[in-house]
Design a protein around this ligand. Structure first.
Ligand code: PBG
Length: 321
């Protein structure tokens, strides 16, 4: 008997593509059949801006509740959208191999941020992206932008450019000539960008064993370090914080960034050491950023967040990191 595992997923095109990819990889690696169970979340149903729900965790919460209640056996998230606090009812049963972790600037002709004319309008809902673009070209006008990948892409033309994750663009087969990948040194990505998180219930070791067949150790290592930077700063996925880690010759190299939303102050810190110390290295980077004044920057950024969500333009569902 091969009872299918039930994989709970959001209904957005990107979520469905990601979930289908995990389901196929799991079926191939374990021989176990997997069926998708599309579910709605408050974040997808509502047209209101994220700020009005309290946190971007809404995209994750509905899936987690269904999993904890036993309605599904596993769920797939974009790792960067997960809150840093663990959910004791659940276990992170697998981190599959990461896709391209870079951000991309999408324009009509694929030009660089520094080559955009003064006053050019660039759309992003992410303070992390806005700060780093402004650092590269202080003459840009950053425009708040939310919505799914397709709706954000459709704004190119009316806006000079938009910034999106390469992972989302490539999963949606939307990497055209206007897409310019930004080196991680130029625009430090969100912690765990491009990676997926596969969760099952903490008390379900049988499913965990099946799910572990899609685990990719090197990806788990780098995202553990990156997420420790975020956790060590007590920051969430909407803070102007970036982190990137890579393995080279058995050493793990971690870079963290905290920025003022206007890009005038950009703090960076790095740490290197053995891969086994991923968590500690990420926390060390957070500590150095804190010593350099990151908390004051992040507090100022939080104060700048609009108090009245109705004042935020383009209220389309979808998250904005
Ligand atoms: N916050 C939205 C979100 N969550 C995951 C992705 C893309 C895929 C990924 O980074 O894993 C995106 C879109 C984007 O940031 O452009």
């Amino acid at each position: 008997m091969n009872t299918p595992l039930r994989l709970g997923t959001r209904r957005s095109t990107l979520a469905l593509v990601q979930s289908r990819w995990v389901a196929d990889a799991l079926a191939a690696a374990s021989g176990r059949a997997v069926e998708l169970v599309p579910m709605s979340s408050a974040g997808d149903e509502s047209g209101a801006p994220i700020a009005s729900f309290g946190s971007v965790g809404v995209f994750v919460a509905a899936l987690r509740e269904a999993l904890a209640a036993g309605e599904v056996d596993l769920v797939v998230h974009s790792y960067k959208d997960l809150p840093t606090a663990p959910d004791p009812r659940l276990r992170l049963a697998a981190v599959p191999v990461r896709a391209d972790e870079r951000d991309a600037l999408v324009t009509r002709d694929g030009r660089a941020a520094r080559d955009l004319a003064p006053g050019s309008r660039v759309g992003t809902g992410s303070p992390r992206r806005a700060a780093q673009l402004l650092a590269a070209n202080p003459e840009l006008e950053l425009v708040p932008l939310r919505g799914n990948v397709d709706s954000r892409l459709s704004r190119v033309g009316e806006l000079e450019g938009v910034v999106l994750a390469m992972a989302g663009l490539s999963r949606l087969d939307a990497v055209g000539p206007g897409v310019r990948p930004l080196p991680v040194e130029e625009l430090v990505p969100a912690p765990a960008q491009g990676a997926l998180a596969v969760e099952c219930r903490a008390d379900d070791p049988l499913t965990a064993a099946v799910v572990s067949t899609v685990e990719h150790g090197p990806t788990r290592c780098v995202v553990t370090a990156e997420r420790a930077v975020l956790a060590g700063l007590d920051a969430g996925c909407t803070a102007p914080v970036g982190a990137h880690a890579h393995l080279a010759g058995g050493e793990l190299h971690v870079t963290g960034l905290a920025a003022a939303p206007d890009g005038r102050t950009v703090l960076r810190a790095t740490s290197s050491g053995p891969a086994e110390s991923a968590q500690a290295l990420g926390l060390a980077v957070a500590g150095r950023l804190r010593d350099a004044g990151a908390h004051a920057l992040l507090a100022a950024a939080a104060d700048l967040a609009p108090a009245d969500p109705r004042s935020v333009p383009t209220p389309v569902a979808g998250s904005g990191t």
